[in-house]
Design a binder for this molecule. Sequence first.
Ligand code: ATP
Length: 367
Amino acid sequence: MAALTLADVTKVFSDGSDDAVIAVDGVDMEIRDGEFLVLVGPSGCGKSTTLRMIAGLESVTQGEIRLGDRRINDVAPADRNIAMVFQSYALYPHMTVRENMSFGLEESTGMADAEVAATVEESASMMGIEELLDRKPSDLSGGQQQRVALGRAIVRDPEAFLMDEPLSNLDAKLRATMRTELQRIQEELGVTTVYVTHDQTEAMTMGDRIAVLDEGVLQQVGTPLECYHEPANRFVAGFIGEPSMNFFDVERQGTRLVADRFDYPLSEATHAALGDTTELALGIRPEDIELVGEPGDHAFETVVDVVEPMGDANACYLTFDRSGTDPETFVATVGGMQQVEAGQPAVAHLPESAIHLFDRATGEALR
Ligand code: ATP
């Protein structure tokens, strides 16, 4: 096994005209030996391109990719000892599962026939697909095909796994099962893994660490909880978490934050953390807003606009002015037992310990 290092990795797609696309922009990160790293970000942010450069399916415009101590920029994909699993499974339709898994194994590893057969059986058992070895892909469900694709990656005993949205074609229930299974297998094998998804739930639940990408630029690398509780900037704060963090534009006047609809006094410590910045965004997660108590310094009178049941909790959309044609709302999640009804007044408490403050110009988190 080996660590994977990306040093200042950049990819520019250019067709010779003026409109070159910088798909990946100076990405620096190290995926530790045996780590499960989830690369997450919105559509078009450069996730697949990053993965394809690691796999060797796309050239690197600038920077260096290392697997262990080895620079692999110019190593052919087949010689990188990296296995990739795609969303589309990419199985050979005319081959059986066994043939799909063993295809090319003899040539690439020099294993004898019997050894290939035994390795395939072992990987198949790990994926729970022993019964399917003699079937063709067309006779398998989507979930089974994905297991075969994973089995085919495992059988190669690679130094790293790359997975590009491998579960996105499966239904929600199967996806949840496969998520835990993938984690189990990755842990068992201890293979350095980069897993691409745009689904932040997958990112939060699967990765040892997550790397958040936006417009080709790496925004933050951290454990899921670090990215959740200490987002480096407004983008990460808004991307991680469901429902998303609420943001209010505020202006700092002395030791107060002044928003359109409320004034928010700051403690000395928070005030000091903000330096000279005056144009800020105040962020607060829906679950950190409390709908209890009386109006006060950090508690404001609002009206419940819409209540959306989420199972064990309700997403409660609040507004300062429900009479407008398009009332601006923010969302609080409250326990399912708490009585909240559309049209009713509610006092929203935004505890100072829970607020995040961002420089509105740069997006950088100041607190
Ligand atoms: P998605 O989640 O939608 O797959 P992504 O985050 O994986 O998106 P990429 O597929 O890596 O994003 O694309 C990043 C950017 O590079 C996009 O703007 C895309 O249009 C562009 N791009 C990708 N491949 C090419 C290519 N072969 N030629 C030109 N531009 C490309």
